[in-house]
Design a protein around this ligand. Structure first.
Ligand SMILES: [Zn+2]
Length: 321
């Protein structure tokens, strides 16, 4: 193991540019076999599981997935159904997810125990529902899961059916994560670069890595601006819909007519025709219903009712004709 490429400096590792990410990957790729969770090797390594929890941005995840593909590296992207920043049920997002998958990366489920508790269901059932949904979206089996919110108790920490990124059997691994642009533990990162363990897991949040050097607050502003742009575009589309949807357009026209009194005159006309044939017909229909009721309550004989109805019918026909 004699890496000919230099390790990125701490300065580079903390500027969170994609250029530095490429440098980091190239360096790690010389030392480790880099794998997604679904391809855990049986041998001793050194290997490194590359993990991404997609909390904020699918486009950022796709950008990172493409960079890795160009370096011939495969990793796992865990996606969340309850993100406040993106919705997997939007066509363009499904499309991005499928593209990441097509680049050869593994897609896993990022689950959020705090939300599962709100459902008041067996958390295992909810997990299965989300996994099935994700499998339907991708047309592929899901093998791995990771928990969102490390502050939370993990209901699936000992699950057997799926690979849990936080499973105790991965405890022997050196686990280094970059969350909110903080490397934790920092010493772990230094060891990962200089003193390679046999097994390690590196978690990178794709949205934290940008083309340009910006600070954490500016990055947050950028993510919020993206969200705001999405809301504005939704507003524009909805306004356009109000103007063109026939149901809404016709309804508004009708209401306008009502307000300007065109319907008032129609109502007035109906009220003045109290003796009209229509009115009589309606009254007789009412009588028929009443006699039917009397029959069921007082047990009138069938032929009595029949005669009664026949009389009514003749009378109403007379009036209607
Ligand atoms: Zn997360």
């Amino acid at each position: 193991m004699h890496p000919h490429l230099n390790a990125p400096t701490l300065e580079e590792l903390t500027d969170f540019t994609l250029k530095s990410y490429v440098k980091l990957l190239k360096y790690l790729n010389q030392i480790y076999e880099i794998v997604p969770f679904c391809k855990l090797p049986n041998k001793d390594g050194p290997y490194l599981i590359l993990r991404h929890d997609v909390d904020v941005s699918l486009p950022a995840a796709l950008r990172m997935a493409q960079i890795e593909k160009d370096l011939n590296i495969k990793s796992t992207y865990f996606v969340l159904f309850s993100s406040r920043f993106y919705n997997l049920h939007i066509e363009e997002n499904m499309d991005i997810l499928r593209r990441i998958s097509k680049l050869g990366h593994e897609i896993g489920l990022h689950y959020y125990p705090a939300i599962y508790r709100l459902y008041n269901q067996n958390p295992m059932k909810t997990l299965k529902v989300e996994i099935q949904l994700l499998e339907h979206l991708l047309g592929k089996k899901i093998h791995s899961i990771s928990r969102h919110g490390p502050w939370d108790r993990d209901p699936f920490s000992r699950i057997k059916k799926y690979i849990n990124a936080n499973h105790p059997y991965l405890k022997g691994y050196l686990f280094v994560h970059e969350s909110d642009r903080a490397w934790t533990p920092l010493q772990g990162l230094i060891n990962l670069l200089n003193n390679p363990p046999k097994r390690s897991q590196l978690l990178i949040h794709p949205e934290n890595w940008q083309e340009d050097k910006i600070d954490r607050t500016t990055l947050l502003e950028r993510h919020c601006q993206d969200l705001e742009n999405k809301i504005l575009s939704l507003k524009k589309r909805t306004l356009e819909y109000y103007k063109t949807d026939p149901l809404i357009v016709n309804y508004d026209k009708m209401i306008q007519k009502y307000k300007t009194g065109q319907f008032q005159s129609l109502k007035h006309k109906l009220n003045n025709e109290k003796n009209s044939k229509l009115r009589h017909a309606l009254d007789y229909y009412g009588n028929l219903s009443r006699y039917y009721l009397i029959n069921t309550v007082f047990g009138w004989k069938a032929n009595q009712i029949k005669t009664m109805i026949q009389k009514m019918f003749n009378k109403s026909r007379l009036i209607l004709s």
